[in-house]
Design a protein around this ligand. Structure first.
Ligand code: CTP
Length: 397
């Protein structure tokens, strides 16, 4: 990643979780520096955070032994982003009123980079009109707020005020760093998830697709300014964004119907859905009873949605997926031809960590000229960024 992330820590009990946040960024190969308020050192030691960040931790405005001044301006300019977590009501109030009685505050006031905060406080403090007013003002000043979560609080109470978990904060900051307007004004159609083909009112034929890959691709496009139509089969995935239009479907035929309504308005299509190849010829209207010793289910072929999109494609860039158990490259290449694609993303079940049920994926992208781009095993979030970067470099050619 190579980005410079400045983590600011203030004196809330959630400060103990910041060790994990620093680890999260380091694992992504970010450069991390930490600035702490003096009071926060009672909750987590600078030694812990300097060890994890592999950088000295800044706490004091000057070194009392040498009398040397700590250069907060330099620290602020170094950062690509500053994340203050946890943010206490006290530091929040000082940030809003421009006070600068510690190094964290002087650094904040000198920061030219985007600043993100993750508040953490007891529920009454979080709900207090002054806190609400201060958070509103902070947002007006251009600071991004990751709202506190609902849950168990250090006071023993349960309510809003709990800092988001380090994983969530880390992912938010990474999304933020990846955001841009590269796809401003570009409409993208994405299919995701499995399809469920009805046998009777309570049964279906489905598959293990979680939808995660498609949703991560949608998120990556949205973060780069695209307008996204996401046609998805049944999934637990959640995604909110003002430029997202989500259409939920169940079967392959329903998915085809929704895709046919919108494909011609779109510039780019990424079809990641694990569409069932077959569906029962007939759907029973009533639940099928287990009277017979044997039963046969007659299946008929589902429409190939991607193939349809390829067959009517004009000046559009169309990408398909292929999940193969053998000869992944050869099958991938033949699908580019048969479905009239611009590129195909191939993942082979021969690779450990790839495919259904994993948080990771290992892909190859094959383009129309049969050029193969190989990628390492990565999280699906990072794979999505690779895919979107590849499309950005190629869709206008
Ligand atoms: N796909 C689709 N509609 C279908 C089947 C597949 O849109 N009915 C899309 C998938 O979303 C994926 C690509 O086609 O992008 C590859 O699907 P896959 O099942 O691997 O390919 P098939 O052409 O079905 O080939 P095979 O079953 O021989 O592997």
């Amino acid at each position: 990643m190579g980005k410079h992330i400045l983590v600011g820590v203030t004196a809330g009990i959630a400060a103990y979780k910041i060790a994990e946040l620093v680890r999260y960024f380091k694992k992504l190969e970010a450069e991390v520096k930490v600035v702490m308020t003096p009071a926060s050192c009672d909750f987590i030691t600078p030694l812990t955070l300097s060890t994890l960040s592999q950088n000295p931790v800044a706490v004091d405005l000057y070194d009392s032994k040498t009398g040397e001044w700590t250069n907060h301006v330099e620290l602020a300019l170094w950062a690509d982003v500053m994340i203050i977590a946890p943010l206490t009501a006290n530091t929040l109030a000082k940030m809003v009123s421009g006070q600068s009685d510690n190094l964290l505050l002087t650094t904040f006031l000198s920061a030219k980079c985007p600043v993100i905060v993750a508040p953490a406080m007891d529920l009454d403090m979080y709900q207090h009109p002054s806190t609400k007013r201060n958070l509103e003002q902070l947002e007006k000043d251009g600071v991004t707020v990751i709202p506190a979560d609902y849950g168990f609080l250090a006071s023993g109470l349960v309510g809003h005020g709990r800092m988001q978990e380090p994983q969530q904060i880390g992912a938010f900051v990474c999304d933020f760093l990846a955001s841009s307007d590269e796809f401003q004004g570009v409409k993208v159609l994405i299919t995701a998830g499995p399809t469920y083909e009805r046998i009777d009112p309570v049964r279906f034929i489905g598959n293990h697709s979680s939808g995660k890959m498609g949703f991560e691709i949608a998120k990556a496009f949205l973060n780069k300014g695209a307008e996204v139509i996401l046609v998805t089969g049944p999934t637990k995935m959640v995604l909110h964004h003002p430029n997202l239009h989500r259409v939920d479907v169940m079967t392959a035929e329903e998915m085809l119907g929704e895709v046919q309504k919108v494909w011609q308005q779109c510039r780019i299509g990424v079809f990641s859905a694990a569409v069932a190849d077959y569906r029962p010829r007939n759907t029973a209207e009533q639940k099928i009873k287990k009277n017979a010793e044997e039963m046969q289910l007659e299946l008929v072929k589902n429409p190939d949605i991607l193939k349809w999109a390829g067959s009517v494609k004009k000046q559009q860039y169309l990408v398909g997926f292929a999940l193969e158990t053998s000869d992944a490259e050869a099958y991938g290449k033949s699908k580019i031809e048969s479905k009239n694609l611009n590129a195909i993303i191939v993942n082979s079940l021969e690779d450990a960590g790839a495919g259904f049920g994993h948080n990771t994926n290992k892909i190859k992208i094959i383009d129309k000229s049969n050029k193969i781009y190989s990628f390492e095993l990565k999280t699906k979030q990072q794979v999505a960024l690779d895919i979107v970067d590849f499309i950005r470099e190629n869709y206008e050619i």
